[in-house]
Design a protein around this ligand. Structure first.
Ligand SMILES: Cc1ncc(COP(=O)(O)O)c(C=O)c1O
Length: 379
């Protein structure tokens, strides 16, 4: 049987990985500055992660959400402690799109409304309402296009209020730092306006932290550089360091009811333990502060490289913008310099999303190799 061919692939076959390095079937070592789409948070194969997952596998790997699973409460407490969102409620699922799907559905249940406001260049996933709230017409099927979504630019408070005033908006969904879209951020005053206007017009504010969350940007959630309380926060990617897990944090003003949300796989024993290991290592290895310090360092150093127009992002969620499309540069980096980087829907932007365990010397190595790669592709 053939694979359904939806992914353009690089000619690399990883067979093993350790911390920030990935090894292919020929034994070549690659520096992983992409973490498989920002998923690897505490490094590939972290000993504590392996230990907890292995132990749990020997106990019980899965049972459905019809039984008691104390690991879910343990995880809720640990997320509460790390995020300081103590009074929020946790619902667990298995991916970023599923987290956003549940967040949008819950907002609609809660408000009794159905239109969504999302932002230009947003990416929220590939399923029903999540893809409809994604600003990329090529991945929205006619079925998904039935959802009522209005896209607005960041920072246009007047346009936002005009739409919210119509009274039919269940949710405003935003990324504190856009991931796939290319690392753009709303202004501080606009973030406060989002909270204020959603409260005024009885709409839910959803912070999509699927890519930026779990310490990557130097705060636990990227929106937490501001003092706002979204109604719902969505999470996935770095939450499980490669084990599929997602979740939403729900503000105490939104009440749960049996059957309101549900899933078979969400919050299973292995997923909970994977995320607990991530949180434990984030704390013991002080990775959030490390991400912030290294991000600040990288931004300063990357700006000095000839040809770099702008360095965007925070912590270890970073983008380097050039005045040319970076496809050839990424190929040169991977095939000649053995370095994984990422692209974005902004074709001129190179994304850097390493495991949070990356060291300064590895970033220095990358910047050095980048200079050579830039010369090669210019020649
Ligand atoms: C901000 C954001 N939200 C949602 C998603 C969708 O997550 P998943 O691919 O796990 O469904 C992504 C994936 O890149 C993302 O970056």
């Amino acid at each position: 049987m053939k694979l359904f061919d939806v992914y353009p692939l690089y000619e690399v076959t990883p067979v093993r990985a350790k911390d920030v390095y990935v090894y292919d079937d020929k034994g070549t070592e690659y520096l992983d500055l992409y973490g498989g789409h920002a998923v690897i948070s505490i490094g590939h194969g972290h000993p504590r992660y392996l230990e907890r997952l292995t132990q749990q596998m020997h106990q019980i790997g899965f049972y459905s959400n019809a039984i008691q699973n104390p690991l879910q409460q343990e995880l809720a407490d640990a997320i509460g402690e790390h995020s300081c969102c103590h009074d929020y409620q946790l619902f667990l699922c298995s991916s970023g799109a599923e987290a956003n799907e549940n967040a949008l559905k819950l907002a609609s249940f809660h408000t009794g409304k159905k239109r969504v406001i999302a932002f230009e260049h947003a990416f929220h996933g590939r399923t029903s309402a999540a893809v409809a709230a994604t600003d990329n017409a090529t991945i929205v099927a006619p079925l998904n296009a039935q959802q009522a979504v209005t896209f607005l630019p960041f920072n246009d408070e007047e346009a936002l209020e005009k739409e919210l005033k119509k009274g039919d908006v269940c949710a405003v969904i935003f990324e504190g730092i856009q991931g796939v879209g290319g690392l753009d951020e709303p202004s501080e005053s606009f973030v406060y306006a989002l909270e204020r206007l959603c409260n005024t017009y009885n709409s839910c504010l959803i912070a999509d932290e699927v890519q930026a969350g779990f310490g990557r940007t130097g705060t636990f959630f990227s929106y937490q550089q501001y003092n706002i309380q979204p109604h719902i926060v969505t999470m996935a990617k770095g939450m499980g360091n490669g084990f599929p897990i997602g979740g939403i944090l729900v503000h105490p003003s939104i009440e749960a009811k049996y059957g309101l949300l549900g899933t078979t796989f969400g919050g299973n024993h292995l997923a909970c333990v994977a995320s607990l290991a991530v949180l434990e290592v984030l704390k013991t290895d002080n990775l959030q502060a490390h991400a912030k310090a290294l991000g600040d360092y990288f931004i300063e150093e990357a700006k000095k490289i000839p040809g770099v127009r702008q360095v965007k992002g925070r912590g270890l969620m970073l983008g380097m913008e050039f005045d040319f499309e970076v496809g050839a540069l990424r190929k040169e980096l991977i095939y000649t310099h053995s370095i994984f980087t990422g692209g974005s829907s902004n074709k001129k932007l190179l994304r850097i999303l390493p495991p949070l365990t990356v060291q300064q010397k590895q970033l220095d190595f990358f910047l050095q190799e980048l200079k050579t790669a830039l010369k090669t592709i210019a020649a």
